[in-house]
Design a protein around this ligand. Structure first.
Ligand code: FES
Length: 400
């Protein structure tokens, strides 16, 4: 177990799950609302905690009401808060996230009105008591000084740096770290078309560091000191549910695997696997819980495109409607928005495979199989509540 110090920005995420991404000026209902601690560093430390490490956070925190939610969230995640720099003025940084249930994409609007950690505050922390320091590549006016002063106290402890965006002066921090993780956003901002070309350039700045560039569905490129650049494809994901925090999971898993003395290739494979698992579940809780502990609710072999399968579900208020659709599976709570009764209350649910609709047996409302919208009937434009599921490679279907 390592004692890890993470330095960056902690914030409040307000996540609205929606059945699709809204068009401009459209009014839609969220299927779920979550308030949670967010920010790359907080997420990374939370995953490291789940991997068995002790973690402390260096960040700033406001004095407003929302900051209490952050403090209690950090406590729940087991992240140490003794190094938080408090500001009376300013407001809690907040990210408003639209999580599209259809694709798993997350669209983020940031609100920022709080200074970041200053050098004098950081300089008082006894960094030599930690086994690993992980910095977010932001707050550049203080970052270089913070890494430099840390290095005067550290003897053998590695420093990792996440470079997510191209910020003026970030190049001065790159040669100071032992492990640098670049995002594809940074690579694109620098005009590179893939991670290999970025790392070729970055090796000139940090020839003795482990370098990585993550690139979403294209996987990751990596290079150990004095070694060639290699590529790791993405770990196969049967169904993407939620990509928020996948990059932070990757970073945490990478730090963990390197600390366990795995070579860089094995570490990247492990990180890719854990990030893939994260994409198949909502949030970061219980990331290491084996899916085999749960029971599948059905198998895709039981489904067809022309009739529904209704399965009972103890975890939800309603049973679940399952139906095959465009080589995947659609799942909805079996509850008609017209009168809060099961769609099969009076008779079975009729499916029209040509119009791709399902009909409520009570008052004949028609719902699209695609996203559960009522297109005809007494609750027109209302929606069935979609159910998040995991579809495994063997066809087993689990509640997410
Ligand atoms: S209860 Fe379904 S249409 Fe009325």
């Amino acid at each position: 177990m390592l004692k890890i110090l993470g330095i960056g920005n902690t914030l409040l995420d307000i996540v609205l799950s929606t059945s699709h991404f809204p068009k401009e000026d459209e009014e839609i209902r969220a299927t779920r609302r979550d308030f949670q601690v967010g920010g790359n560093i907080s997420n990374t430390l939370y995953v490291l905690k789940q991997l068995g490490h002790s973690t402390d956070l260096v960040s700033t925190i406001a004095g407003d009401h929302a900051s209490k939610q952050i403090l209690s969230g950090l406590k729940d995640h087991g992240i140490g808060t003794q190094h938080l720099q408090r500001y009376i003025q300013g407001q809690t940084p907040t990210s408003y996230i639209t999580l599209n249930n259809e694709t798993g994409s997350r669209t983020i609007t940031h609100f920022r009105n709080l200074p970041e950690v200053d050098f004098d505050f950081f300089a008082k922390i006894e960094v030599e008591n930690y086994d690993w320091l992980h910095f977010e590549g932001r707050n550049i006016e203080n970052l270089i000084g913070m890494i430099n002063i840390a290095k005067t106290f550290l003897t053998h402890q590695p420093i990792s740096l996440e470079v997510e965006k191209d910020r003026q002066g970030i190049d001065s921090a790159i040669p100071l770290a032992n492990l640098i993780i670049f995002s594809h956003h940074f690579a694109k901002q620098r005009g590179f078309k893939d991670g290999e070309r970025l790392l070729t350039e970055m090796k000139k700045l940090a020839p003795n560091a482990n370098l990585l560039c993550t690139w979403g569905k294209q996987g990751a490129w990596f290079s150990a000191p004095q070694s060639n650049i290699q590529h790791q494809p993405i770990h196969p994901i049967p169904q993407i549910l939620d990509t928020l925090g996948a990059g932070d999971t990757f970073n945490a898993a990478l730090i963990h695997a390197i600390s366990e003395k795995k070579d860089l290739k094995s570490a990247v494979q492990f990180a890719s696997q854990l990030a893939g698992r994260k994409c198949q579940q909502r949030g970061l809780d219980n990331l290491l819980t084996e899916i085999k502990d749960k029971k599948p609710i059905a198998n895709i072999e039981q489904l067809s495109t022309s009739k529904t399968l209704i399965v009972p579900c103890a975890d939800l208020d309603n049973s679940v409607i399952l139906i095959k659709h465009n080589n995947t599976v659609k799942a909805y709570q079996n509850n008609c928005p017209h009168q809060d009764v099961p769609l099969n209350e009076a008779y079975k649910i009729d499916v029209n495979p040509f119009d791709k609709t399902m009909k409520c047996s009570v008052h004949e409302a028609f719902f699209t199989i695609e996203d559960g919208t009522c297109t005809e009937g007494p609750c027109i434009n209302e929606k069935l509540v979609s159910v998040s599921i995991n579809l495994k490679e063997n066809g087993d279907i689990y509640l997410a």
